[in-house]
Design a binder for this molecule. Sequence first.
Ligand code: FAD
Ligand code: MLT
Ligand code: ZN
Length: 466
Amino acid sequence: MASAALLAQLRDRLGPQGLLTEEADMAGHAIDWRRLFPGRPLAVARPADTAATAAVVDLCRRHGVAIVPQSGNTGMAGGATPDASGTELVLSLARMNAIRDVDPVGMTMELEAGVILETAQNAAAAAGRLLPISLAAEGSAMAGGVIATNAGGINVLRYGMARSLVLGLEVVLPDGTVVNGLRRLRKDNAGYDWKQLFIGSEGTLGIVTAAVLRLLPAPKDKVTALLSVPDPRAALDLLACAQDELGDTISAFELMSGFSLRLVETHFGLKRPVADGEWFVLIEAASTLSGLRDAAEAALGRALEDGFALDGIVADSGRGAADLWRLRERITESEAKEGKSVKHDVSVPIPLVPQFLVEAGEALAAKLPGARVNCFGHLGDGNLHYNVLADGRSSEEVNVVVHDVVQRFGGSISAEHGIGRYRVAELERRRAPAELDLSRRIKTALDPLDLMNPGKVLSRASLPRK
Ligand code: FAD
Ligand code: MLT
Ligand code: ZN
């Protein structure tokens, strides 16, 4: 059998540690953390370096076997797990976990794809620098996955998405070629900036094996504040007020509904330390200089006086701030404990967020009466997680209601989580034909056999027949 021959060659090349074929060993790679996108891998390859990764890709191409790249497997869109056919090989980057270099003067870090995000953050901090990508899954998500999804998280407002921090990339193309673009340059206009194609491509164009990331000076002063606000419009007034008072020191501006915080209290026993309200904002400001606390207290005073905020507390860095962040970070896990949910990761122009919330609420009430919404997200980026507790409904019927409203507002149906397999149909329904056609041309040019994460981002049926 072709796959038996492939497995023998892979075992030869990777050694016993480098190939898993027993069901029990593969179990953690076969399904996502929410247990919504199960699959059956042919095997799990665990190459230890770039050359071995290229060898795996080359062997798979020769045997016509598809590859599903996987890093931390924390993705939200079902992109990192195989289909149920038992014919797709999962390629795990977990063994490629070296931080090769941290340069505090050039302010760069070179690292392999399997480095856990938190490990990379800690290495930057140890050198007095900041790697500002931060998300609640940072203890498991890995550099390769963060780059392949162009992850967002809580600091996008100030530092941009993962893309804005990638200076150089090394990738293995679907034909097995290694392309080494691990340059540490701030300026490099020599030809096409091809690395941008792979950032956010969710493993459909090639495998990210290593990267050079941009670092920043580490902040010395940080303040974190939790405020209750009367409604989302007041939260936007608060954003403007915070921008006036704290300027570009604001690094996070997160919105949480009362429903979200009630879930956190129910499932983790964490109580919010501010008076009741239906909406809450978590703000963080950070600076390499000192004196933030006075500015933060002035901003809070103004917000209370002008009625944008109902109540609020300011924490210094340290335990107080960590306690406030825990409320935000536990929302996703609390939602999972509550039951199945239909996730929406949408963005609309920032000033339209309050009206979007009104109209999305009305649409749900009209079409899916009684639906419970867990809404929270990155208000400073216009990005809301508008998650509907499924209560027996299918994701298709809920998606269509929410995404119709998103489309009316000129928004995006995937602000930061990507398309994976979860949103393929919705992307094809809602993106302009010329944009989809361009995406298919890029895919076909790089992966003519459709062996790199097939069925993710673009449907198999929409690509030219092989
Ligand atoms: P995986 O899940 O392993 O893979 C994700 C995708 O990238 C898949 O399509 C996979 O095939 C592809 N891929 C993985 N590695 C490679 C590689 N080396 N080369 C090519 N393709 C590859 N995301 C946000 O953007 N913002 C958030 O705030 C956020 N919060 C989260 C909170 C929680 C509690 C959880 C569980 C997830 C959250 N996520 C968030 C989603 C997820 O953590 C991110 O998408 C993360 O970037 C995925 O990294 P990973 O290593 O787990 O990738
Ligand atoms: C977050 O911001 O915490 C995650 O992206 C959200 C989610 O659970 O949908
Ligand atoms: Zn998010």
